[in-house]
Design a protein around this ligand. Structure first.
Ligand code: ADP
Ligand code: MG
Length: 589
């Protein structure tokens, strides 16, 4: 065996997961040519093999040195060569069986170590198994496809991490394309905060705020009462003791109870609470508050000031936000009817709600078109059918028009609603376990921040990572700041696709979260080329350094051509920027 051309050296030390190899001094060059192909010895991240009988153990070079790792004196008496490799063991192959991750038989001192040639790599990576997708090509061989187990990639969750410009968006497109092209029943929702993906997926259904074709609506009545109170009037759940908060809750509950005959099916009002996702009109809510605040009555006592005793001239119109008109009362001191209202509970809420409802930036929430209230043409089953029930396998939720202050709650509502639909539909033929779904979160650090204790989206997404698998819901997070992402989420990620990552804090998070203990590969992260990734975890047979294909058409996140643009002089024109300012004002292209 030592005479074989692939012979590299022998083992001088064995630890639990690593071995140390002394490279034979007889190897003539640091780059032997085997079968016409050049192999460089001692390249970090490359493979070696240790044949022991009919078992072959495989490992990855993690460090190279000219002295052995443990240079105590007894060790040094031994006549050492001049090159030493530390190898992390990754898996083994028994006879003609497939390569398996993990080590059953450990090598021992003096076992031979060989270079892994292309044929061995084909043995490891093998053919495309059923239920696999091609992610890219192995960095050391253009002919070698790297496959991922689709089931584990999706349902054990996945993360694509890398500094800005390292190729995350392109990697996301690669993976989603492989899924969508290979599986006609696949379903993916992509949460796209910068609206960059629609150009890369011409066939996808794109939902966007203010877009005529497929407008994105997230009905506000999907919010729990605490969320609603916070977003409409800035009240906190700790205000629960205040009478106006309690009355507000009562009012919302009653409005919901009135709306139980719904298009998706009748709901028993006894089960309805202020938190139930039941439609009601936010305008009606405002109108009701406004009514009690401005009413005048034939009596002065608060508990006798009822609807029947009001002195009303006209009801106004809730749709156009016109309050009811009452015969004006005389001065408070006067003893003549009509009397001023004593119902002042909603005094601070009413104006805040009005200003929310008038702000067109929030229309996708508070004025959700055909999902507005129970009389509207559509209900939540229509929303689900549009997002995840259509023949289009990919729905892109373009959140580029969502004001930053509501991005968190928006992602939270989307996630919770999809989660609930998978949970309560888990045994239906057309969803749940029978038709799994992948939720992908681009720019996840923006709304899944571990330091944000009040993040609605984080709570909802963490739940998907913890529980989603059981009823067919998988998730993918994409981020340039893994160190800012919720630890609960990272701990549940089964497969890491790590692109170039320069920040050391981010690297150590990947190092500590990555499932296989392969620090040597993770140490390569700062030196990866654009579009090159280290993939570790459950979906992949062996941790690998992979090159991803550059996709066409691309996402719109591509860098502007700065030099080219700066070479051209720009003439002055005072008409410039008018449309820009109008767009800022209308928040619409
Ligand atoms: N696999 C690749 N091969 C070659 N170039 C790539 C590859 N992936 C990305 N790029 C280049 O890098 C740029 C940034 O890629 P992008 O996916 O937008 O990065 P990120 O999302 O990490 O910021 C792209 O404009 C593209 O030109
Ligand atoms: Mg990107």
């Amino acid at each position: 065996m030592k005479t074989e051309i692939t012979y590299l050296g022998h083992i001088i030390r064995v630890d639990s997961g690593t071995v140390e190899v002394e490279v034979s001094n007889d190897i003539p060059s640091a780059a032997p040519i085997i079968n016409g192909r050049l192999y460089k010895i001692g390249q970090i991240g490359t493979f070696i093999k240790i044949p022991i009988g009919n078992i072959t153990i495989y490992g990855i070079v993690s460090s190279v040195s000219n002295t052995p790792n443990k240079s105590d004196e007894a060790f040094l008496k031994y006549n050492f060569g001049s090159r030493f490799l530390t190898i992390q063991l990754v898996g083994e192959k028994i006879g003609d069986d497939d390569f398996e991750k993990g080590i059953g038989t450990y090598p021992t001192i003096n076992d031979e170590v060989h270079i892994v040639i292309e044929k061995d790599l084909f043995d490891i990576y093998g053919k495309k198994d059923a239920g696999a997708i091609e992610i890219g090509k192995h960095s050391s061989s253009e002919n070698l496809s790297v496959y991922a187990d689709l089931h584990k990639l999706v349902l054990r969750h996945c993360a694509i991490l890398g500094s800005t410009g390292s190729g995350k968006s392109n990697t996301t497109v690669c993976i989603l394309k492989a899924i969508l092209d290979g599986y006609q029943g696949s379903r993916v929702i992509l949460v796209d905060p910068h609206g960059e993906y629609s150009s890369a997926f011409p066939d996808a259904k794109v939902f966007k705020i203010n877009e005529d074709a497929n407008p994105l609506f997230i009905p506000f009545w999907l919010m729990s009462f605490d969320e609603l109170a916070y977003f409409l009037v800035g009240a906190k759940p700790t205000d629960d003791q205040k009478p106006d908060y309690r009355l507000f809750r009562e009012l919302v509950t009653n409005l919901k109870k009135e709306n139980c005959a719904l298009k998706a099916g009748v709901v028993n009002p006894d089960f309805v609470t202020a938190d139930s996702p039941i439609p009601f009109s936010a305008r009606k809510l405002w109108h009701e508050m406004n009514w009690w605040l401005n009413a005048s009555f034939t009596t002065t006592k608060k508990d006798e000031q009822t609807r029947e005793n009001a002195v009303i001239e006209n009801e106004g119109d809730c749709e156009s936000l016109v309050g009811a008109k009452f015969t004006s009362h005389l001065s408070t001191a006067s003893n003549v009817s009509p009397y001023k209202t004593q119902h002042n509970d909603f005094y601070s809420y009413e104006k805040k709600i009005l200003s929310r409802l008038k702000d067109s930036r929030y229309d996708f929430l508070f004025n959700p078109g055909e999902f507005k209230d129970a009389t509207s043409p559509k209900d939540l089953h229509n929303l689900l059918n549009e997002w995840i029930g259509s023949e289009k396998k990919l729905a892109i939720l373009d959140l580029s028009g969502v004001p930053f202050e509501v991005l968190d709650i928006t992602v939270g509502l989307i996630t919770r609603f999809i989660y609930d639909s998978m949970f309560w539909g888990r045994d239906e033929t057309y969803t749940g376990k029978n038709r799994p779904l992948l939720l992908a979160y681009e720019e996840a650090h923006n709304y899944l921040n571990k330091n944000d204790n009040n993040s609605y989206s984080k709570i909802a997404v963490e739940k998907v990572f913890k529980e989603g698998r059981k009823f067919g819901l998988g998730a993918l997070v994409i981020s340039q700041r893994p160190s800012e992402i919720s630890e609960t989420i990272l701990a549940q990620v089964g497969t890491f696709i790590a692109l170039r990552l320069t920040n050391s804090g981010d690297q150590s998070i990947v190092k500590s979260s990555a499932p296989d203990n392969l620090n040597s590969l993770i140490d390569l992260l700062p030196s990866l080329r654009t579009g090159e990734a280290i993939i570790v975890g459950e979906a992949i047979k062996i941790p690998s350094r992979v090159r991803l294909k550059l996709n066409v058409p691309r996402t719109t996140s591509e860098d502007p051509k700065l030099v080219e643009k700066w070479q051209v002089a720009h003439p002055e024109n005072t008409e410039n920027y008018k449309v820009v300012v109008t767009r800022i004002r209308q928040q619409k292209f």
